[in-house]
Ligand binder design. Structure first.
Ligand SMILES: *Cc1c(COP(=O)(O)O)cnc(C)c1O
Length: 385
């Protein structure tokens, strides 16, 4: 098998797996308990907070553990809007057309409660325009939420500039960094980020675990009411095994980041080179830079992406059309149409997301299969001549 779908999820690293084991068996104490037996689980929560804070350049008590990226995104949007409503004032969200459904669907939901939402458009590279962001800001704007890096085409937004603008207007700046955390360097201090979502399974940790970073000067209402966990903002006994796995994965992602980034970019560029050289009528979606090191996304004119994915699957190659979340969705990817592709073109696109465990042989084998499959599908296609 050749796995080229790391934006959908990553293989939990061995170290994360072993870090979880004690907390799935003998170290089962509730971390809130007062006896000695609970100190090890309690300690791993502290260690995870310190580790993540070190990578993000923030304070450990600004990290709140959650059940993943979707939960963190929901919390920050619903929390900021609810807080504004509790003050008896209207709310306005500024976000982008590129966002993950965890942001987009939450914004659509909040509209039902009277919240206004502006979706900033993007250019052909997938980048927002800063003047348009500034123009969208109103007295009601409670939050600017712009993803650090896109899950489909890998575009990395000018986060530091957005942070400056948000700061200038005194608006909370949130970024969905689920694709970026552990893969590219992020400094919440330097980049002026007030809130950030991340998810362990996108950086070598277990599924169902993530965190929200929230700068201390901002307060949002609790996501879950109950016990005193997570400073009483996200109650419920912590997912200790998951957090232990996330801690270990974050540690390794932090120390290996530079090496992995360079290697992935090299491998990704090799793949782009081979695909564009060997397959006619094919395009890279989005710009080469600024782009996540492991992401490439191609449009194969006249080819049905679903049919192509099946042929790749038959050859043991895992890739994805659009995003994993929309692969069962008959609508064309909004990310692809927002960078200027027609609906028909959007149905002809495949995403490959590599990581440090992939090899040149993986890439060469994939391009070989891709070349034959594309030729075969075009031979029998009515949409290609
Ligand atoms: C995967 C992903 C999410 C959702 O994260 P989960 O932990 O799977 O809920 C949110 N945003 C982006 C950009 C993602 O890639």
């Amino acid at each position: 098998m050749i796995y080229l779908d790391h934006a959908a999820t990553t293989k939990p690293c061995r170290e994360a797996f072993y870090a979880m084991l004690p907390f799935l068996s003998d170290q089962y104490a509730n971390p809130s308990a007062l006896y000695d037996f609970a100190r090890e689980p309690e300690h791993i929560l502290d260690e995870a907070r310190v580790t993540i804070a070190g990578i993000l350049d923030c304070e450990p008590d600004e990290i709140y553990f959650t059940g993943g990226g979707t939960e963190s995104d929901n919390w920050i949007l619903k929390g900021t809007v609810l807080k504004r409503y509790l003050e008896g004032r209207p709310a306005h969200i500024i976000t982008t057309v590129l966002e993950h459904p965890a942001i987009k669907k939450t914004c659509e939901y909040l509209k039902k409660f009277g919240c206004k939402v502006t979706y900033l458009p993007v250019d052909s590279r997938g980048l927002i325009r800063l003047e348009e962001l500034k123009r969208a800001i109103s007295k009601d704007t409670v939050i600017i939420s712009v993803m650090t890096a896109n899950n489909e085409i890998g575009t990395i937004q000018p986060i530091e500039r957005i942070g400056e603008i948000a700061d200038e207007y005194g608006i909370l700046f949130h970024t969905d960094a689920v694709q970026a955390f552990g893969h590219i360097p992020i400094s919440v201090k330097k980049w002026g980020i007030d809130a950030l979502s991340a998810s362990a399974h996108k950086f070598g940790g277990p599924k169902g675990t993530g965190f929200l970073y929230l700068k201390k000067k901002w307060q949002i209402p609790p996501l879950l009411n109950g016990g005193h966990q997570e400073q009483s903002l996200r109650a419920g006994t912590e997912n200790v095994p998951g957090i232990a796995g996330m801690c270990e994965a974050a540690k390794i992602a932090g120390t290996e980041m530079k090496n992995r980034e360079n290697y992935e970019r090299m491998l990704r560029n090799y793949m782009i080179h081979l695909v564009l050289r060997d397959i006619p009528d094919c395009r890279l979606n989005g710009a080469l830079e600024p782009r996540l090191p492991g992401n490439c996304n191609f449009c194969f004119r006249g080819v049905d992406a679903g049919a192509l994915l099946n042929l790749l699957d038959d050859a043991g190659i895992c890739a994805s059309a659009g995003s994993a979340c929309s692969s069962k969705n008959p609508e064309p990817s909004e990310v692809l149409t927002s960078i200027g592709l027609t609906d028909e073109e959007a149905y002809s696109c495949i995403r490959f997301t590599l990581d440090y465990q992939n090899t040149r042989e993986d890439v060469e084998q994939t391009v070989k299969v891709l070349k034959n499959s594309v030729r075969e599908l075009r031979r029998t296609s009515e949409n290609y001549s």
